[in-house]
Ligand binder design. Structure first.
Ligand code: COA
Length: 269
């Protein structure tokens, strides 16, 4: 049974400020709570959390029927392994990071961070199409987040991001790196539903042209976003990064704290 009530269950994710849904077994006992989103067109049980005292294998057995074919993300390793045993496929293993600027504000020198060479940083004042070439070059085959998008698919997805249709409206701390008139990097920050660190101001995308002369462009865009977020409400930036992506070290150098790890699974149909 999968009822759509907003539960007051005392789960850790209660503090994420998102409505929670509950999966119940035949006796009506809750075995799992989650927040409902959509991921690549399919329903997505995000921040999935097993009820206390419920065995991971039993939880997996109960949820597979009502969530058949869904995506599910959880930081519960035992539950993830039980689901993998039952045919779920891991689509992402990711680490969550957050920087609380109220506790540790960004340095004022980050107001105008130095960008490599002749690059300059600007607000987002270009069309989706102009953001695509550097995006596709930044995620080549073999990158943990390679999308396989064609240029037209990428343009469509970037247009959705700019329109606020992917994880919330774009925030003004978002920025571009330009060389002449060419976009060589971008940092897209949205206001994600829920509270930090799992919601709130959210780095949806950050990338740069991979040519060595642009090394540091991503860091410069993130410094600018962090500085502009000092006085935002709430003053925080959060993100997730896939396991194996060296960008993780960039975030750690910029003062982002590791706040958890999770797996996203595709449940069997
Ligand atoms: C994340 C990113 C914007 C950071 O940009 P940056 O501040 O200019 O930093 P760099 O890209 O120069 O370096 C980041 C790290 O990745 C490494 N790196 C960069 N390109 C690499 C490549 N092709 N293969 C392996 N490692 C690479 C660098 O050596 C560096 O490692 P270090 O931290 O140990 O020194 C940029 O690396 C990028 O566009 N990556 C691809 C897209 C991406 O993964 N975005 C983040 C999604 S969460």
């Amino acid at each position: 049974m999968n009822d759509n009530d907003t539960t007051s269950h005392e789960a850790p994710w209660i503090h994420a400020g998102l409505p929670r849904h509950t999966i119940r077994d035949a006796s009506g006992t809750g075995v799992l709570t989650y927040s409902l989103f959509t991921r690549e067109g399919r329903p997505w049980a995000d921040l999935a959390w097993r009820a206390p005292g419920v065995d991971a294998t039993r939880c997996a057995d109960v949820l597979l029927a009502p969530l058949r074919g869904w995506a599910l993300s959880t930081d519960d390793e035992a539950l993830a392994l039980a689901l993998i045993d039952r045919g779920a496929r891991v689509v992402r293993h990711a680490h969550s990071y957050s920087r609380d600027l109220g506790v540790s504000p960004a340095a004022s020198s980050w107001a105008f961070p130095e960008a490599p060479g002749s690059c300059r940083l600007t607000p987002i004042d270009r069309s989706a199409e102009e953001l695509v070439p550097a995006l596709l070059a930044a995620y080549p085959p073999g990158h943990p987040d390679h999308s396989g998008w064609t240029p037209e698919e990428a343009r469509h997805e970037v247009a959705r991001m700019l329109a606020g249709e992917v994880l919330g409206p774009l925030l003004p701390c978002s920025g571009l790196a330009l060389e002449g008139d060419t976009v060589v990097g971008a940092c897209l920050v949205t206001l994600r539903e829920g509270s930090p660190p799992h919601g709130g101001p959210w780095v949806l995308e950050v990338y740069r042209n991979p040519a060595p002369r642009y090394a540091g462009v991503g860091t410069a865009l993130l410094r600018r976003a962090l500085w502009l977020s000092n006085r935002a409400e709430p003053p925080v930036l959060s993100l997730v990064v896939s396991d194996g992506n060296p960008a993780r070290r960039v975030y750690e150098r910029l003062g982002f704290q590791h706040v958890g790890s999770s797996r996203t699974l595709e449940l069997p149909t």
